[in-house]
Design a binder for this molecule. Sequence first.
Ligand code: CA
Length: 287
Amino acid sequence: MHAAPPFTPLEEILRQDPGQRGIEALFLPGELARAAEALARAKRAVIVTGFPVRSAGVAETDGPPGSVALGRALNALGCEAIHASDPLGAPLLRAIGCAPLETPAFDPRAPRDELAAAAREWLTRLAPDCLVSIERPGRAADGEYRNMRGQVITHLVSALDEPFLQAPGLGITTVGVGDGGNEVGMGRVHARVVASIANGAEIASVVPVDHLVVAGVSTWGAWGLVAALSRRAGRDLLPRGSQVREGLLALVAAGARDGVSARAEETIDGLPLDHSLRVLEALRQAS
Ligand code: CA
């Protein structure tokens, strides 16, 4: 006899799988609270986001709304938040006020030792306690980066997953938020992605993190982290719905596309914003 997994109310909300990708198989109970605990202790955090929409050559709407919310929550708790993305994601983060913003150029085709050294140098300069990925491509076993359809997107990314491989050696805690299996952090559950997710064998990222937050939509996962931080701090650190709506309008105006439909519209992962705003309010109620 096995007891049912002890999901918390916040985890139950994040386990919703609107894209029916099978993320339930990737879900690790307790990781949300452990990630929030690490972030609550951090004095400086680097938050990486930005996922390319291959057909459009721009970044998608999922990710940045979570990054800005987490950055503001950490700032409110006295932690310095530094944002990071690549040339596709950077304009989106600027459009919603994510600052300071780092755009390191890590060539995914560079020799492995050069890439590792560049990532270590970058981390040493920024000296974060925590390195966070929200909906950021993580390389697959063959070194290529892929979208959920299994298409190679390596030519569109900076290897911002490399710092996550170097962080453990520098004593930096890593957190990853993902919703599909091809993101930074999913190396923690690589075999499960291969077994349970469409195109899993091709897309599964091998890049692990210390604390993996799986959610039906990555932005929801980031809000889940903020909700968990709110719960710990005894104050509401989540964004207002109106802020999220304004932010999404700004993202689309700056060129963002929906990652599922590839359309320039105010949706996240093919879902109307109202769907995500209901999730936001549910997280607020549960925090
Ligand atoms: Ca997504």
